[in-house]
Design a protein around this ligand. Structure first.
Ligand SMILES: Cc1ncc(C[n+]2csc(CCOP(=O)(O)OP(=O)(O)O)c2C)c(N)n1
Ligand SMILES: [Mg+2]
Length: 906
C-alpha cells in the first residue's frame, strides 16, 4: 500500500464513495475535533487489520500502555510476598554499594540503575527466566551491567553468596575467583556471569546475534534451542549506541521471536535526560515498530487506569502525549501539589479528574515499570509471542533511583551517587517498609544486610519459584552436552605438503584448510565459517556452493549465477554465516558461536575471516568482550599487511592490528608466512581450545594474519619439534649460505620472507655476509613468555634465573638481528629487550598506507630487498664487523635515497 502523498497515483474506482468518507471525516474534525478524528481513524485501522486488509502499521501509538487493563492476565504469584522479597533485594543491593564505598572510598558501584529496574528483574526471576538445573541450557539472560548489585543481592538472598562475598564487591584482588566483579565479567567470575554487558551497546547486539545463532543451531540440527529465550536488559541511554539499534532489523528479518529486549526507560543516562525535549519511549517505539518488532509499552501503573477510564474527551491522553521527558523527570522529584498544578492544572477537566486525590496520592501514581502486574502482562505477552516471527521489545517507564529517596530519585546526578547518609538510609528503610527488620540504631558505616531464615515464607517462596523455573541464575557452566571430537590429521597434512610449485597465498591455503575441516567427519558440522561480505575478496566464494550460506528462509529465488559452479547458494541448513557488511554483527556471531561450548554445552568452532584492517581497529571493544566472555575460535585477518595489500591505500592497509592484538590478553596472535605454519597453528589451536584442559589454557582465541600474495608454499621440513616451535613463535627457517664469512640473522614474518630470502642472496654475493633466516610466527607469544620469565626472576632473586625462550632460541643464531615484517616496527620490538646482548634492527611499515604496487610500497616503507640488505649491514656496522663504506655502498647499490621523507611522516 502506498500512502503519504502517493495515494493520488492509485486508481479511484468510486469517487462518490470516496467523497462521502472524506466529508464524514471533515465533519468530525469540524464538530468533534482532531482528537476524536484520530480516534476514529485508529478504530478504522484496527478494524482493517482484523479484516486482513493489509495496511502498513503506524510507527507510533499514543503514550499509553500497549496492553489495556482489561486484557491483563491473571497474576499467578503472591504479590505481597514478592514485594517483600523485592524490598530485601533493593535494600541489600544499596547497602552493598554503600558499604563498599565506606570501606574503600571511591571504589564505585551504582545504586540507581538497579533501583529503577528491580521489578523488571524480579518479575523475570519469579516467573519467566529458565535456569539450567534440569540439564538444559535454559534461558540466556543479559543483565544490564550497572544493575549488577541487584543481581548479587538476589544471589545473596538465595544463599548463593555470603556476607563476606558482598563485602568484597569490587574488591577482587586477593580472593581469586571469589571477589564480586564490578559488572558482569565471565573472565572474573566464570561460575556466575555468562554475558559481559557493561560496554554500552555490546550486550544488545550480542544478545541479538545469540538469538540468531540459536536458530542456526536449530535449523542445522546441531542442538534443540527451542526451549531457550534470549532476554536482553538495556538502558534507554544505551540505545544511542549504534550497536544497540544497528542490527534490530536482522532480528525481524530472521523472525527471532525467541528474543526479548527489555529497555529500562528511566529517561536518564549518566549526565542528564536521554531525551529532555522529546520522548524516548515514543522514539524507540517508532524505531522498533518500523523494524518490524513487537513493541510493548509499559508506561503507566495501574492507578492511572482509573484516570484514563474517565478521559472521555482525550485531554489526559493529550497531556500524556505532549509532555516531554524532561518534564516527566521533573514530576518524578516534585511534590503532589506541583504535579496537580502543572500536569493536571492547566486544563479544568484534568484538574477535576484528580480533585479527589490527595497530593500524596498524586505523587505516588506509579510508572508502569514499577507496577508488577503491568510488567507481568508484558512479559507474558512477550513469551506468548513465540510463533509470531516477531522479536519483542518491552519499553518500561521507570524512575531512576526509585525507592532510594529524594536525594536520588530522578536527580541528574543520581547515576554517580554511591554513598548514603544515615538519614537517607533510614528514609529508604521506611520507604521499603523494612522497619521490622532494620533497626533505627543501625550503624550507617556498616548498615546491615537482610538475610532470610531458611524457613521464612519469603525464602521458601523465592526458592520454590526458582525451583519451578529450573534453578538459580545467573550461572555459567561448561558441561559439554554434546562433546566435540578433535579433527583428523587429513586437512593439516595437506597444509604440510606445500603447494608443489604452484603459487598460492596463505588465504587460499586457509580456504582449503577450512574446507577440509568442514568436511571432517568429527568436527565438520561444528565448523562455523563467518564472513562479512568479503568472501570473493578472499577467494572463499568457492565455499558458497559446497557449504551453503545459512538462510533461515532457505532460497526463495533462483540465483543469477545458478548455472555456475560457485553459485550463491542459500539454505536453511547452510553452514556459512554470510553476515553482510557488519563487522560488529560478525563479531557478535563469532562470540555466540565461540561461547556455545558454555552457553549450550555444544562446542562450536568459529572461523571469522575478515578484512584485517576492519578487525581490531573497527571492533576492538567486541574483541575485548570476546576475551572477557572466554570465547574460543579463530579470527582470520585476511588481506593483512601494509604493503601486501597493494592498491587499496590508507584506509585498507593494515600494518598495526598485531600491535592492537598485543593489548588483549588471551589472544594468541600469529603472523605466519607459509601454509604449513597456518596449519600447525590451527591444529595446535584446536587441541588447546577443544581438547580439554584448565580454563586458563583453553579459554583463548586465535588471531591469525592471512595475506593475498601468491608464492610457492614450501613443504614443512620434518625437523623434530617444528610444529611446537611454530606455535612457540620462532624457528630457524634456513641456515646461512655456506661460503661467506660474516654471520648475521634475519627474522621475517608473513610476506616479508620474500625480501628476506632475496636479501640473504644479495648479502652473500656482494658483502660476504652469511645470513641465516628465521620465521617469527608470534612476537606476542614470545614476549608474553619472556615477561613471565622476567617476572619470575624478579620475584625469585636467589634462584637460578630463567632465560626467556626467545633468548634461548636465538642463542643458536649469530650476528646482529634484523627483524622485518609487513607490520609496524613495534611488533618485532616486543622481543628486543630480551635479546639485548645483540644488535637489533627492526624494519616495518610505520606510517599510513597508500595506493601503489607492492614493489613501490615496500620501497616506500623501507622493507624491500635493498633496504633489508642495508639494514643488515647497518647492524654489522654497529657491531664493528663492517665499516661505513660498506653501508654507503649498499645505499648506492640499491638506489636508496638518504634524504627521502620518513614514511611515518609522509
Ligand atoms: C561504551 C560505553 N560508554 C560509556 C559508558 C559509561 N556509562 C556507564 S553507565 C552510562 C549511562 C547509562 O545510561 P542508561 O543506559 O540510560 O542506563 P541507566 O543506568 O539509566 O539504566 C554511561 C554513559 C559505558 N559503560 N560504555
Ligand atoms: Mg537510563
Amino acid at each position: 500500500m502506498i500512502f503519504d502523498g502517493h495515494v493520488h497515483q492509485l486508481p479511484d474506482i468510486d469517487p462518490t464513495e470516496t467523497r462521502e468518507w472524506l466529508d464524514s471525516l471533515d465533519a468530525v474534525v469540524d464538530t468533534e475535533g482532531k482528537t476524536r478524528a484520530r480516534y476514529l481513524l485508529s478504530r478504522l485501522m484496527e478494524r482493517a487489520t482484523a479484516s486482513q486488509v493489509s495496511f502498513p502499521a503506524t510507527v507510533s501509538t499514543p503514550y499509553v500502555n500497549t496492553i489495556p487493563r482489561e486484557q491483563e492476565p491473571w497474576f499467578p504469584g503472591d504479590e505481597h510476598i514478592e514485594r517483600r522479597i523485592r524490598a530485601y533485594i533493593r535494600w541489600n543491593a544499596a547497602m552493598m554499594v554503600v558499604r563498599a564505598n565506606k570501606a574503600a572510598d571511591g571504589i564505585g558501584g551504582h545504586l540507581s540503575t538497579f533501583a529503577s529496574s528491580a521489578s523488571l528483574y524480579e518479575i523475570g526471576f519469579n516467573h519467566f527466566f529458565r535456569g539450567k538445573d534440569d540439564g538444559t541450557p535454559g534461558d540466556h539472560v543479559y543483565y544490564q551491567g550497572h544493575a549488577a548489585p541487584g543481581i548479587y543481592a538476589r544471589a545473596f538472598l538465595e544463599g548463593r553468596l555470603g556476607e563476606d562475598d558482598l563485602d568484597h564487591f569490587r574488591r577482587e584482588i586477593g580472593r581469586p575467583g571469589r571477589g564480586l566483579s564490578s559488572y558482569p565479567h565471565p573472565r572474573l567470575m566464570p561460575d556466575f556471569w555468562e554475558f559481559p554487558t557493561v560496554s554500552m551497546g555490546l550486550g544488545p547486539i550480542s544478545a541479538l546475534y545469540h538469538a540468531r545463532f540459536n536458530r542456526y543451531l536449530q535449523n542445522r540440527h546441531i542442538d534443540d534451542t527451542s526451549g531457550s529465550r534470549v532476554w536482553a536488559f538495556l538502558g534507554d541511554g544505551e540505545t544511542d549506541e549504534p550497536e544497540t539499534l544497528g542490527a534490530i532489523s536482522l532480528a525481524s528479518r530472521e523472525q527471532l521471536d525467541n528474543l526479548v529486549f527489555v529497555v529500562n526507560c528511566n529517561l536518564q543516562r549518566l549526565d542528564g535526560p536521554v531525551r529532555g525535549n522529546g520522548k524516548v519511549i515514543q522514539e524507540l517505539e517508532a524505531t522498533f515498530r518500523g523494524a518490524g518488532w513487537n513493541v510493548i509499552k509499559v508506561i503507566w501503573g495501574s492507578k492511572w487506569d482509573d484516570l484514563l477510564a474517565q478521559d472521555k474527551d482525550g485531554v489526559l491522553l493529550n497531556q500524556m502525549n505532549t509532555t516531554v521527558d524532561g518534564e516527566f523527570q521533573r514530576y518524578a522529584i516534585e511534590n503532589g501539589g506541583y504535579i496537580r498544578d502543572n500536569f493536571f492544572g492547566p486544563d479544568e477537566r484534568l484538574r477535576k479528574m484528580v480533585a479527589d486525590l490527595s497530593d500524596d496520592e498524586l505523587r505516588s501514581l506509579p510508572r508502569g515499570g514499577h507496577d508488577y502486574r503491568k510488567l507481568y502482562a508484558a512479559y507474558k505477552a512477550a513469551t506468548e509471542n513465540l510463533g509470531s516471527g516477531r522479536p519483542t521489545v518491552i519499553l518500561c517507564k521507570t524512575v531512576k533511583g526509585w525507592t532510594l529517596g529524594p536525594g536520588f530519585e530522578g536527580r541528574n546526578s543520581t547515576h554517580q551517587i554511591k554513598k548514603m547518609t544515615k538519614d537517607q538510609i533510614l528514609a529508604m528503610r521506611d520507604r521499603l517498609h523494612l522497619e521490622d527488620v532494620v533497626p533505627d540504631s543501625l550503624d550507617a558505616d556498616h548498615p546491615p544486610y537482610i538475610r532470610l531464615a531458611k524457613d521464612s515464607v519469603e525464602f521458601q517462596y523465592m526458592m520454590e519459584r526458582r525451583k519451578a523455573l529450573d534453578g538459580s541464575i545467573p550461572k555459567r557452566t561448561t558441561v559439554a552436552r554434546r562433546p566435540l571430537d578433535l579433527p583428523g590429521d587429513g586437512p593439516f597434512a595437506e597444509m604440510r605438503s606445500g603447494s608443489n610449485g604452484q603459487e598460492v597465498s596463505t588465504t587460499m591455503a586457509f580456504t582449503r584448510l577450512l574446507r577440509g575441516l568442514a568436511r571432517d567427519e568429527h568436527i565438520g558440522p561444528r565448523v562455523v565459517p563467518i564472513i562479512p561480505d568479503e568472501a570473493r575478496t578472499f577467494g572463499m566464494d568457492a565455499l558458497f556452493r559446497e557449504l551453503n550460506i545459512y538462510a533461515s528462509q532457505g532460497q526463495k529465488y533462483e540465483p543469477v549465477d545458478h548455472d555456475l559452479l560457485l553459485s550463491y547458494s542459500e539454505s536453511t541448513k547452510g553452514q556459512i554465516l554470510e553476515e553482510g557488511i557488519t563487522e560488529a554483527g560478525s563479531m557478535a556471531s563469532f562470540i555466540a558461536a565461540g561461547t556455545a561450548y558454555s552457553t549450550r554445552g555444544v562446542p562450536m568452532v568459529p572461523f571469522y575471516t575478515f578484512y584485517s584492517m576492519f578487525g581490531f581497529q573497527r571492533v576492538g571493544d567486541l574483541i575485548w568482550q570476546a576475551a572477557d566472555m572466554r570465547t574460543r575460535g579463530f579470527l582470520m585477518a585476511a588481506t593483512a599487511g601494509r604493503t601486501t595489500l597493494l592498491g587499496e591505500g590508507l584506509q585498507h592497509q593494515d600494518g598495526h592490528s598485531l600491535v592492537l592484538a598485543s593489548t588483549v590478553p588471551f589472544v594468541q596472535a600469529y603472523d605466519p608466512a607459509f601454509a604449513y605454519e597456518v596449519g600447525a597453528i590451527v591444529q595446535a589451536g584446536m587441541v588447546r581450545m577443544y581438547g580439554g584442559g584448565p580454563p586458563e589454557l583453553t579459554d583463548v582465541f586465535y588471531y591469525i594474519t592471512l595475506y593475498n600474495e601468491n608464492y610457492e608454499m614450501p613443504p614443512m621440513p620434518d625437523t623434530p619439534g617444528l610444529a611446537e616451535a611454530i606455535v612457540e613463535g620462532l624457528y630457524k627457517f634456513a641456515d646461512a649460505p655456506a661460503g661467506p664469512s660474516i654471520p648475521a640473522t634475519i627474522l621475517f614474518s608473513g610476506t616479508a620472507h620474500t625480501a628476506a630470502r632475496e636479501a640473504v642472496a644479495e648479502l652473500a654475493e656482494h658483502y660476504d655476509v652469511a645470513a641465516e633466516l628465521w620465521s617469527a610466527t608470534s612476537y606476542k607469544a614470545l614476549r608474553e613468555e619472556a615477561l613471565a620469565a622476567e617476572r619470575w626472576n624478579r620475584l625469585h632473586p636467589s634462584q637460578e634465573p630463567r632465560v626467556p625462550r626467545v633468548a634461548q632460541i636465538l642463542a643458536d643464531s649469530q650476528g646482529p638481528i634484523t627483524a622485518v615484517s609487513d607490520f609496524m616496527k613495534i611488533v618485532p620490538e616486543q622481543v628486543q629487550r630480551f635479546v639485548d646482548d645483540r644488535t637489533f634492527v627492526p624494519l616495518g611499515t610505520d606510517g599510513m598506507g597508500r595506493s601503489d604496487t607492492r614493489e613501490a610500497l615496500r620501497r616506500h616503507f623501507e622493507i624491500d630487498t635493498g633496504h633489508e640488505v642495508h639494514a643488515v649491514l647497518d647492524g654489522l656496522l654497529a657491531d664493528g664487523k663492517v665499516d661505513e663504506s660498506v653501508v654507503e655502498d649498499a645505499i648506492a647499490r640499491y638506489d636508496i635515497d638518504p634524504e627521502a621523507i620518513d614514511p611515518y611522516l609522509a
